[in-house]
Write a protein that binds this ligand. Sequence first.
Ligand code: CMC
Length: 427
Amino acid sequence: MQETAKLIIDGKEYLLPVIEGTEGDKAIDIRSLRQNTGYITFDPGFGNTGTCRSAITYMDGEKGILRYRGIPIEQLAEHSTFVETAFLLITGQLPTREELTRTSVHLNDFSPLHENMKAFYQNYPPKAHPMGILSAMVNAMRSYYPELTDIEEEMNKTYLRLISKIRTMAAMAYRISLGERVVYPRPDLCYCSNFLNMMFDKVVVPYKIDPDLVRALNVFWILHADHEQNCSTTAVRVVGSGKVNIYATISAGISALWGPLHGGANQAVVNMLEEIQKNGMTIEDCIAKAKDRENPFKLMGFGHRVYKTYDPRAKIMKKMCDIVLSKIKRNDPLLNIAQKLEEVALNDSFFVEKHLYPNVDFYSGIMMRALGIPTNMFTVMFAIGRLPGWIAQWKEDVTDPETKIARPRQVYTGNFQRDYIPMKQRG
Ligand code: CMC
């Protein structure tokens, strides 16, 4: 029998259907609410609102579980590559050997950028943020590579074109911002090695590819590849619901990710740790500032809308930081500050009671620094990783018969009707 929830308004009862997910999560289906009762629900930030059924990513914020297409993040981080995980997210299945080879061939074929697109970079001011450049470039791709939405095979190529070119565009933005020559993608290198080579290869000192650092980058991108209905993914679904093209949709996701409460937090964490280091602020002062309700300062890299325990991605990221730092034989003082900050926060009643734990961004910046990635590229790195997730979510959304154009309601709190007053009477 269909489970229902009973709602009583002014003594009148309404039965609302209950929807249940694979893992037992339940939702009250309120689609008929306004029509039947005249009421809407009020949920700023959508903390209690499900906007879709999704078979891509499962999270349990209380237990600290994250799975892509059913596979635990820990297993993917240990055994998979970023390209294989991207395939899994977008198609729903792990690739066969032949499918993975074909995917790699396409990624290689699509990696160079249209020569005319390079001209865009020259016209940005030197301090332009790479996230702004990236979102504009992805939007511009539509003019160069229009997608053929009604041919599945062509759309599959469009997804790979995006995944391949975003990496080239990101590395190019970095090189041009330094006034350095552009390094082109090499067909003999895999996705992650190619990126590192495009970023760091020099004529005088050719970049030496280190398999351990390549592995670290694979893990970094796997950990960021999807996170169900977060801010940028919701932006992707909302923008996509208007049936705009995929490039404009992904570009909107990149813009949403840029914010310091979302993907920009990795950059904000390192800025915060550097501030502590430079200004000699004590860990205790920093914690006190974060607890002060009069002060807008927050402990960046802490807290999460869904996770009320340790973010499983942060656990893996922390381990990877140690591996990478010992590999490059460097002791990053910011890691020591971060570890001390974590220890003090996790023993402080404010953080304990509010269930504020380190999230993925707390240690990711330190790992990127160890890989040589500059701070202003951190959020771009997150965007490259999140792209397969956005594509998978967009694809699911546009093929879901339940999808409607996103159009929330509001509770109006402005003036009652009033008359226009001509200027001469207004004084
Ligand atoms: N430092 C200090 N206090 C905090 C923090 C923090 N980092 N995060 C939350 N709180 C407090 C907040 O002030 C509020 O207190 P009160 O109940 O007294 O009003 C309470 O905890 C609940 O927080 P919230 O802001 O209502 O929670 P939210 O679910 O709306 O926000 C968040 C989640 C991630 C935006 C928030 O925790 C935050 O701003 N964290 C810092 C930024 C950050 O690290 N963002 C990266 C998120 S993970 C990457 C991603 O997936 O995007």
